[in-house]
Design a protein around this ligand. Structure first.
Ligand code: FE2
Ligand code: FE2
Length: 478
């Protein structure tokens, strides 16, 4: 059609044209062909896959809780967009083959460098100021250059990805403003220049710009990145080996009031921050699985981070300073340093299987309801639902590894009993005195509730001493 026919064309009764996608004039511009479109989609797919890898790899050893949980969230979002892009590429006369290939050596350097960033500040700037904005710009370019009618399915994929990328930037920008000093920023300039050069050499993340010829010299990724499996925590987390309070013994004792029990449940929720620390290692160190595995495992990892944050919210809502409790890392530290990835997955499945019993998640929800605190009922209601999902994820991805349900469960049991209790060991090494933190927490909550502490509940003083290390398995913390 000529330009005049395009501008003169009127829809029936001036109704929106083309199902609301675009004007006729916009859709009459040819845009990207399938080959060009697929080449770009593969680059976005690669970018999301590498961002997912980086977020996962950096969860365990990132000390700051807000970043640890933020990375858990963003890893999951990236995993979802990887999945969506894989489906879209598969719709475009393209066999799914080729999605594992590196589309551009310069982009590989960009992501390798961010993965290997030695400080939290550099990691944040690399991710949220360089890498993710480059992807956001590439998606915007795609939406403006492709045919809005012919390639509407890709545009939809780009739109949804951009929404979540915007949320990720907001988190990243605020985190950088809180944490990165001007001196740090100054010191990282040569490295930031390397990241920007990598993008320029790649012709932008979409590969749509003229490629700049420039030598790229790897800095932090000159030696291959090694995953740090030792969990780290910020200074609000004290006495990390403490096993001085056994919340399960309190929770399952009918003599104690439901409201006091909610505090033990909140402790168990917040303690779950050790699950992302452990699951990150499984995901990072297990190679060659179908993407569905990484997607499901990342979803579960994110759920466990949410469970920890639900514990945080519950404590704050009850006027309790949770830093006075001992949110330990004994579990993730030991599994990460003493077990292989499949052994860790076996333990996780073994625990989650136990949570489906009558004494597991249903009981915790009943206690939440009985406490009269509607927030506790909500927390435990969703925690229970998530757990049902996690058991299904285990059935799908872990059991087939071992062949059948019984062998899978037996293996989980054996792996877990391999981790014998270190209660005495850590005390003898002077790592903890296993102090009883419970009365402090309980008194704070009672003061907030305006009630006198229940004398029996206040006097609770049972630790994990003499308990099998797998007590967690029958009571549930994952
Ligand atoms: Fe959980
Ligand atoms: Fe779980």
């Amino acid at each position: 059609m000529k330009a005049t026919s395009l501008t003169n064309y009127k829809s029936y009764h001036h109704l929106p044209t083309l199902a609301g996608l675009a004007t006729i004039e916009e859709a009459a511009s040819p845009g990207l062909g399938i080959d060009a479109c697929v080449a770009r989609l593969k680059r976005y797919h690669y970018a999301f896959r590498r961002f997912h890898e980086i977020f996962i790899a950096r969860i365990t050893a990132e000390p700051i809780y807000e970043l640890k949980t933020g990375f858990s969230h963003h890893a999951y979002l990236c995993a979802e967009h990887v999945q969506t892009l894989r489906v879209r590429v598969g719709e475009m006369r393209e066999p799914p083959l080729g999605l594992e290939a590196v589309p551009d050596q310069a982009l590989e350097i960009l992501f390798d460098e961010i993965l290997a960033a030695p400080t939290t500040g550099e990691l944040l700037v690399g991710l949220y100021e360089i890498g993710l904005p480059a992807l956001q710009a590439a998606l915007a370019l795609h939406m403006s250059e492709t045919n809005p009618l012919a390639d509407a399915p890709s545009i939809r994929v780009c739109r949804f990805a951009r929404l979540e990328l915007a949320d990720m930037f907001a988190f990243g920008a605020q985190s950088i403003a809180c944490l990165v000093t001007p001196a740090e920023r100054e010191a990282m300039q040569p490295w930031v220049a390397l990241l920007n050069s990598s993008l320029a050499v790649a012709g932008g993340l979409a590969g749509a710009n003229a490629r700049v010829e420039r030598p790229l010299v790897r800095q932090y990724s000159a030696t291959p990145y090694v995953y740090d499996r030792v969990p780290q925590r910020d200074e609000r987390f004290q006495d990390l080996h403490n096993q001085g309070v056994n919340p399960e013994a309190f929770l399952y004792n009918p003599q104690y009031p439901a409201r006091a029990k909610t505090l033990m449940m909140l402790f168990k929720r917040l303690r779950e921050v050790d699950v992302p620390e452990m699951m990150a290692g499984i995901i990072h160190e297990t190679k060659g699985k179908p993407w569905g595995y990484y997607l499901d495992m990342s979803r579960q990892l994110w759920d466990e981070a949410r469970h920890a944050m639900m514990g945080e919210v519950g404590f704050v809502a009850n006027g309790v300073d949770w830093t006075q409790a001992r949110i330990t890392y004994n579990w993730s530290l030991r599994l990460n340093t003493e077990c292989t990835p499949i052994e860790r997955h076996a333990v996780l499945y073994y625990i989650e299987q136990g949570l489906m019993a009558k004494t597991g998640k249903r009981y915790e929800w009943e206690v939440g309801v009985a406490s009269g605190d509607p927030l506790m009922a909500t927390i435990q209601d969703y925690d229970w639902a998530d757990e049902v999902l996690h058991a299904a994820i285990g059935r799908e991805w872990y059991i087939p590894e071992l062949g059948n349900w019984k062998d899978a469960l037996d293996f989980g049991d054996r792996c877990w009993t391999k981790i014998v209790s270190n209660w005495a060991d850590v005390r003898e090494k002077g790592l903890t005195r296993h102090d009883n933190w419970w009365p402090v927490i309980y008194r704070q909550a009672c003061a907030n509730w305006g009630v006198e502490p229940d004398p029996a509940a206040l006097a609770f003083d049972e630790s994990y001493a003499g308990q099998r290390a797998d007590l967690k398995a029958v009571s549930g913390s994952a």
